[in-house]
Design a protein around this ligand. Structure first.
Ligand code: ZN
Length: 147
């Protein structure tokens, strides 16, 4: 298990160092900001949504390795998905971290965050990008805060 854990940490560190989709989207038609004051994580998420499908996604922000890696892996998992599918992935992610721990409904690669479950203070770091996604899809104008 410890080797597996190290592998998971490698993935998180890699996404922190080289976050995927770390850019603004000039064509974005949905946008939201999220804030996790407990840790200092901030994220701005851009989506290009057409006919209910997330055609493109980008994020900017500062924060800890968990939040950056979570945002990076989230963007990779939601591109090309419908809004409903993306919300389902959020449900699955939340269930893994704060529900019964099942990894059944999560997106590919997102199991690397299963260990975060054991660190309640970091759960908000991992779910911040998803809360921000939810706000962007819902068209909420005010920034999301985990507090
Ligand atoms: Zn954090």
């Amino acid at each position: 298990m410890s080797a597996l854990r190290e592998l998971y940490q490698e993935v998180i560190l890699d996404h922190n160092r080289k976050p995927r989709n770390f850019r603004t989207l000039p064509a974005a038609n949905r946008r939201a900001e999220g804030n996790n004051p407990l840790c200092g994580d901030r994220i701005a998420l851009d989506l290009d949504v057409a006919e209910g499908v997330i055609r493109d996604v980008g994020f900017q922000g500062t924060g800890c390795a968990i939040s950056r890696a979570a945002a990076s892996l989230m963007t990779a998992s939601i591109r090309g998905k419908t809004e409903a599918e993306a919300e389902k992935l959020f449900d699955g992610f939340r269930r893994m971290l704060t529900g019964d721990g099942s990894e059944a409904g999560i997106g590919p690669g997102l199991g690397v965050f299963a260990g975060v479950r054991e660190f309640p203070a970091r759960i908000k770091c991992a779910t911040l990008p998803w809360h921000t996604l939810h706000a962007a899809l819902a068209g909420k104008p005010e920034p999301v805060s985990t507090e």
